[in-house]
Design a protein around this ligand. Structure first.
Ligand SMILES: C[S@@+](CC[C@H](N)C(=O)[O-])C[C@H]1O[C@@H](n2cnc3c(N)ncnc32)[C@H](O)[C@@H]1O
Length: 267
């Protein structure tokens, strides 16, 4: 009961959970949330802080549907911060020209260190989104879903001063072998994939256990009503009610889909 009340208070404070406007412009109500969501109260809240130059890119996709419910129920507290809030100069400068010359601008270390040092706790993991990072996959998503606090740092321009990589980031994550314009897009992908694996986020009806990659295979094909559409019939076995046969069919189909679309997974 106490947990339920606490979760409701957290959800109300966060107005849907994704962002709380504080007294300092776009600053979150960090103190308020931390003081009422202690892990010692068997409160399984996972906290995620995203630091980006483009909060709006993250806000919409992470405040709908399952992500919205995860925040409203208090399973996660997600806060999206504008890195410029940690600048100290009049023009909120976050970038500068690269030493040694070259194209584009590089993100300065000072506001990034200030941001992360103000958000970091003993159990925090700082994740730098970068095309040079470890390739993100379901196994890594699973590992990250067990953490209590993730700080997700998004780059922009030509990249980030390498002292951030060397002295601040706990891990570097890439969402694939291509280059995006900025890390906020990658952060949305990362956070979505991690959050749906946190216990309590997906309902009993939407378990992640059968998902593609979970067993090393792609998921078997899914069908819904009508049983016949434009002359194309749903496989008979799925209408049979025979659970053993359905399970065997799904296993065989999962193998077939994997062999067809992702033979690399079978190696
Ligand atoms: C234009 S990219 C910089 C790329 C950098 N010049 C390089 O070649 O490694 C700007 C930012 O977008 C993000 N980003 C781009 N592609 C990404 C990917 N595949 N995975 C994760 N983040 C990515 C990173 O945060 C990066 O700092």
């Amino acid at each position: 009961m106490a947990t339920k009340i606490l979760r409701t208070v957290v959800a109300l404070l966060c107005r849907g959970g994704h962002y709380c406007k504080g007294s300092k412009g776009s600053r979150p109500l960090a103190g308020a949330i931390e003081s009422i969501a202690p892990t010692s109260l068997s409160f399984p809240t996972v906290r995620i802080d995203i630091i980006t130059l483009f909060p709006e890119i993250c806000r919409a996709p992470l405040s709908e549907s399952i992500m919205k419910r995860a925040q409203e129920s208090g399973v996660i507290v997600l806060r999206i911060h504008n890195l410029r809030d940690w600048t100290t100069d009049k023009h909120h400068v976050v970038d500068d020209a690269p030493f040694g010359g070259g194209q584009g601008m590089v993100m300065k270390p000072e506001p990034i260190f200030a941001a992360i040092e103000s958000l970091r706790r003993a159990d925090s993991i700082t994740v730098l989104m970068t095309p040079q990072g470890k390739r993100f996959d379901q196994t890594l998503a699973d590992e990250m879903s067990k953490k209590k606090h993730l700080i997700v740092l998004c780059g922009h321009y030509e990249g980030i001063d390498h002292r951030v990589v060397e002295h601040l980031a706990d891990t570097e994550v890439s969402i694939g072998d291509y280059v995006l314009t900025n890390g906020a897009i990658a952060a949305v992908v990362f956070v979505d994939a991690v959050v749906r694996l946190i216990p309590g986020v997906l309902g009993h009806d939407r378990s992640a256990v059968d998902d593609s990659f979970r067993s090393g295979l792609l998921e078997a094909p899914q069908y819904t009503r009508p049983a016949e559409f434009r002359g194309w019939k749903v496989p008979e076995v799925l209408l049979s009610g025979n659970h053993a046969q359905i399970a065997a069919w799904r296993k065989e189909q999962a193998l077939r889909r994997t062999r067809q679309n992702r033979p690399d997974l079978l190696k």
